[in-house]
Design a protein around this ligand. Sequence first.
Ligand code: BGC
Length: 450
Amino acid sequence: MSSATPPDLPTLPGRIRWSSATAAFQIEGARTEGDRGRSVWDTWVDTPGKVKDGSTAEPGADSYHRWTEDVALAKGLGLDRYRFSISWTRIQPDGTGPANRAGLDYYSRLVDGLLDAGVTPFPTLYHWDLPVPLHDAGGWTGRDVVERFTDYTALVAEHLGDRVENWYTINEPAMTTLQGYAVGALAPGEFLLFDAIPTAHHQLLAHGHATRVLRENGAKAVGVANNHTHVYPLTDSDGDRAAALAYDALHNRLFADPVLTGEYPDMSEYGVDLPVRDGDMEIIATRPDFYAVNFYNPTTVTAPAPDVPIPFDIVPTPNVEYTGFGDEWAIKPDSLRDLLIDFAGRYPNLPPIVISENGASFPEPDTADDGINDVERIAYIDGHIRAVGEAMSAGVDIEEYTVWSLLDNFEWADGYTQRFGLTHVDFETAKRTPKASYDWYRRVIAENRK
Ligand code: BGC
């Protein structure tokens, strides 16, 4: 990566909205306060060996107590919108029953604080923190959770719908299915391989029902935040190209096609039937107001060895630089441009695109006494904003760009070993220190408003 800040600020060929994002479990701490219940991520962090550095997300950035500082950071950037998530277990500690007042009040204060600061709140209803009792009842492998999620959505929408107009329903169903249920790299840590596929259907169905409930409560814009990756075959061989198609189907099409076309890609070769019932696909394909894409990196695949039970092998993307995750996370901004152009071609009815997450982690110190000159992050974001601009110039309708993340936070199974923030957080003291990228992003936003 370049070791110097790019000399000119990226400017886009049209106006978009600018945002930055966080998620409840990753920043809030305060896991027993206000009668918050336990989610699958509490179980995960309490299980020895599951989190790389043994950390528990507690108190972490402690945003539950310091949210006014975070609103000030959002305002200081000049954000149009702030993406945060609502913790299901603060609203319904056990995943069912009436709303917990303390939880509603917390998010109500946050929403009011953002509105007072001139930043539009754009919450996500579900960013991976499934209540434990619902997991024990089958979690996303079963269908009951769909009704539970719809009830939860109604409680939140009835309370915040007078002030919140824009909503993400579910964050990255693909990661929950693939990492959470198929290979167990994230909570709830199941290893079901292809038997995880039904969890995709239940999440998408929950998204569809939630869309209706949110609109009934005044929502103007609702969508699901899907994680997408541009898939490259390592070589032009038939085997590698078949592997790329298979990975594209499982990571991208399984989650985009039903929402955008009302049909699943063919999964029969994996011996799995999607548990679709009459009427489900119409609900899932309820037209979203925007199509949200979380994008981080491309994926390069090759044909698997003959004895491997999955139809691809993920390999490092060659000839690029990598983020703090090493060769698992390639830096290739062109792949975002190509994905966006590809999607516009694949899905003729594609609604306007919102880039709902994009960002990168790099090694940074635990304290920020001398400031953090994160030129690699600036170069990463700069490259991806330019890629968005190129896609716009090629005719793709893009209405928003979001940096992950406003703050350094708890990076799931990687604990505090990966820092993604525009703002450094000292996890001993929760002190926030804006990094060089914060100031740079502030200037990008201002420049693009001229
Ligand atoms: C998730 C975030 C996560 C980020 C970086 C996204 O997949 O939505 O919660 O921190 O990637 O790994």
